[in-house]
Design a protein around this ligand. Structure first.
Ligand SMILES: O=C(O)CCC(=O)C(=O)O
Ligand SMILES: [Fe+2]
Length: 317
C-alpha cells in the first residue's frame, strides 16, 4: 500500500488527505474536502517546506516560549490579538484561559515584520534564519494552495494579488496539566481569514474539527504533514461554496502542546463573492467587506464561530 494511504488509514481516517504534487488529479478531492469539511491534511509539499525546516522551527518555538516573560511582552500587538498572549491574559480566541499562551507576527509576508519579531525576542542569527525561511515557505504554500482552490472552482485568480495578501503568524503553547484534562485550550471558533496552515504538535493531540453533521472529529498528530483550514474570508469569497470549518482544542492528556499557525488573511481591499460563483441559482450571499472591518465586527459581537457572516447578508444591510 502506498505510504500516504497507509498513514491515512492509521492516523487520519476522517480528515481528507491532499497531495500537493499530484494536481490536477487531486482537484476533485480538494473541492470535496474544502466544500464539505473545510479542512484537509496536506502531504508531499517538502519541495517548498522541507521536514528539517519544520523541525528546526519547532525547536525555535520551544525556545521562544521559554524566554523570560519580560522579553515575550516586547512582542506587542500590531492589530488586536496579533502579539503576545500571556496565560490568562487577553486572548483573541477564548475567554481568558490559563492553559493558552501565544506569540505572533501581524504579517509574516513582510520581511520587516518578521525581522521586528526576531529582534523583539532576541533571536540568534540561526533562529532568525529559520523563522525567515519558514515564513517564506509557508507564504509560497499559501499561494500554491490558493491558486489550486481558485482553479478547481473555476475562478480567475490573475488579478487578485494573492501574493500581497497579509499573513498573520501565531505560535501557540498549551500548558496542559493533569487537572486540565477535559478543559478547552481554545474554544470553538472558525478562523477569520482565508486559509490557515497549521503545523500541529507531532505527538500531543487535542485539535478537533466539526463535520457537517455537527460531530467533532479528532485531528490526530501526523508528523511532517500540515493541516489546512478554510476560514470565513474563503466562505465570503466563494459565495458560500467553501466551508469555514469550526474547530477547538481540548486537553486530552497532561502534556505540553505546541502548534504553529499561519493565516492567509485576505485581500487588502474589499473581499466579495467572485462573479463566476454568482448567478440566478446562486444569488450573492454577502456584501463586500474588508478583512479588517470583518475582524473588528467579529470581535465586537463576540461571534467567533462564523456566525458574523450572517451579518453580511445583503438583506441585513
Ligand atoms: O493549536 C491548534 O491546533 C489550533 C489553533 C487554532 O485553531 C488557531 O490558532 O486558530
Ligand atoms: Fe483556529
Amino acid at each position: 500500500m502506498p505510504e500516504v494511504e497507509k498513514m491515512q488509514n492509521d492516523a487520519q481516517c476522517k480528515i481528507p488527505v491532499i497531495e500537493l504534487l499530484d494536481f490536477p488529479n487531486q482537484s476533485s478531492k480538494l473541492m470535496a474536502a474544502s466544500e464539505e469539511l473545510g479542512c484537509f491534511r496536506l502531504v508531499n509539499f517538502h519541495d517548498v517546506l522541507p521536514a528539517t525546516l519544520m523541525s528546526d522551527m519547532k525547536a525555535v518555538v520551544r525556545y521562544l516560549f521559554d524566554l523570560p516573560a519580560e522579553i515575550k511582552r516586547r512582542n506587542v500587538d500590531v492589530i488586536t490579538g496579533s502579539g503576545y498572549v500571556t496565560p490568562s491574559g487577553k486572548n483573541p480566541l477564548s475567554e481568558k484561559n490559563p492553559l493558552y499562551e501565544a506569540l505572533g507576527v501581524y504579517d509574516m509576508a513582510s520581511c520587516r515584520d518578521v525581522d521586528k519579531f526576531c529582534t523583539q525576542l532576541d533571536a540568534s542569527p540561526p533562529q532568525r534564519e529559520t523563522i525567515m525561511k519558514y515564513a517564506e515557505a509557508v507564504h509560497e504554500l499559501f499561494i500554491r494552495i490558493g491558486k489550486k482552490l481558485a482553479k478547481s472552482l473555476g475562478v480567475k485568480m490573475e488579478n487578485t494579488g494573492l501574493e500581497n495578501w497579509p499573513c498573520q503568524f501565531r505560535i501557540n503553547k498549551y500548558h496542559f496539566t493533569p487537572n486540565s484534562v477535559g478543559s478547552l485550550g481554545v474554544q470553538i471558533h472558525t478562523d477569520s481569514g482565508f486559509l490557515t496552515i497549521l503545523q500541529d504538535d507531532d505527538e500531543v493531540g487535542g485539535l478537533e474539527v466539526m463535520d457537517s453533521s455537527g460531530e467533532f472529529i479528532h485531528v490526530d498528530p501526523w508528523p511532517d504533514t500540515l493541516l489546512v483550514n478554510l476560514g470565513d474570508m474563503a466562505t465570503i469569497w466563494s459565495n458560500g461554496r467553501l466551508c469555514n470549518v469550526k474547530h477547538r482544542v481540548q486537553c486530552k492528556e497532561a502534556k505540553i502542546r505546541f502548534s504553529i499557525a499561519s493565516f492567509l488573511l485576505g485581500p487588502r481591499e474589499a473581499v466579495e463573492p467572485q462573479p463566476e460563483l454568482v448567478d440566478d441559482d446562486h444569488p450573492q450571499l454577502y456584501v463586500p467587506t474588508t478583512y479588517e472591518d470583518y475582524r473588528k465586527m467579529r470581535m465586537s459581537t463576540k461571534l467567533q464561530a462564523g456566525e458574523a457572516l450572517a451579518l453580511l447578508h445583503p438583506l441585513k444591510i
